[in-house]
Design a protein around this ligand. Structure first.
Ligand code: AMP
Length: 256
């Protein structure tokens, strides 16, 4: 049996009472890994660099096996870029290669570069016209309810490739769920973390392409775009991203 464990923390009271969001995390795990996951999340909430949380919510829910779908882990590879400008040019080339029109790729980058504050979710953009089509305003569309079938095996798999840290660990699982959505052409992302300048373009065709520099150091605004084929059913896409439980299976990593 699998369980969903969710944590959210805030300062100045609970989120619904006006508290400022500090951190959040979600895992989907078998019963024997629950204790460890809950403790790790509790520590993460207490030690976050955004500040000291005075409200922490932890929720554990059972997941029915029939509600789970399985998708493959995207292949990982890296591009070269020595500056933010080069990284952004590389992102445009990667997006085009994955099937996004030049106009839409450029418009997508302009949308993220134009943000003055980070959104909670992603913008959904038509991969042909470049128009934003989700209608979700400042919130955007959030991908959630995903994890890796064998977390310990996945960590080893990542370490063998020199990929350590929560950012890439979480991003590769998220990108694998996103790439499995109907109508998905590519995803573009760079982080809100002011000192994490790496980003990526991911696609069903070419997998996860890491781009070492996408923004200037110290910039605390990041963003995410899901580029979809024209005519993609938005309600179905939002439902898949936010409600469908997806477990990611890395190839060659044994299941528990
Ligand atoms: P992060 O890599 O977590 O710093 O996030 C970078 C940007 O991606 C954020 O500013 C959000 O716009 C977006 N984002 C973060 N988490 C999610 C998510 N679960 N689903 C969709 N978009 C997200």
């Amino acid at each position: 049996m699998l369980y969903s464990v969710k944590m959210r923390s805030a300062q100045g009271g609970a989120h619904e009472k006006g508290g400022r969001h500090i951190s959040g995390a979600e895992r989907i795990l078998p019963a024997d890994q629950l204790d460890y996951a809950v403790l790790t999340m509790l520590h993460r909430a207490q030690e976050h660099e955004r500040g000291r949380a005075d409200f922490i919510s932890l929720k554990v829910e059972e997941i029915k096996p029939q509600d789970v779908v399985y998708k493959p882990l995207l292949a990982f590879s890296a591009c070269k870029a020595d500056s933010a400008a080069e990284g952004q040019r590389t992102a445009i080339e990667e997006l085009k290669r994955a099937g996004v029109s030049e106009e839409a790729a450029k418009h997508g980058l302009a949308l993220v570069n134009g943000l003055t504050d980070s959104m909670r979710g992603a913008m959904v953009v038509d991969a042909e016209s470049g128009e934003r089509i989700d209608g979700m305003g400042e919130r955007g569309v959030r991908a959630s309810k995903m994890d890796c079938v064998n977390s310990r095996g996945y960590d080893e798999y990542m370490q063998q490739r020199g990929l350590t840290g929560d950012h890439v660990r979480e991003a590769l699982v998220l990108a694998s769920k996103v790439a499995g959505a109907e109508g998905m052409v590519a995803e573009l992302c760079w982080s809100d973390d002011p000192y994490y300048v790496t980003g990526y373009v991911a696609s069903p065709l070419y997998g996860y392409r890491r781009i070492p520099v996408m923004k200037e150091r110290g910039n605390g605004v990041g963003g995410r775009i899901f580029f979809v084929r024209p005519g993609t059913d938005m309600q179905k896409l939002i439902n898949y991203m936010e409600e469908q439980v997806v477990m990611i299976k890395p190839e060659g990593v044994p299941e528990c």
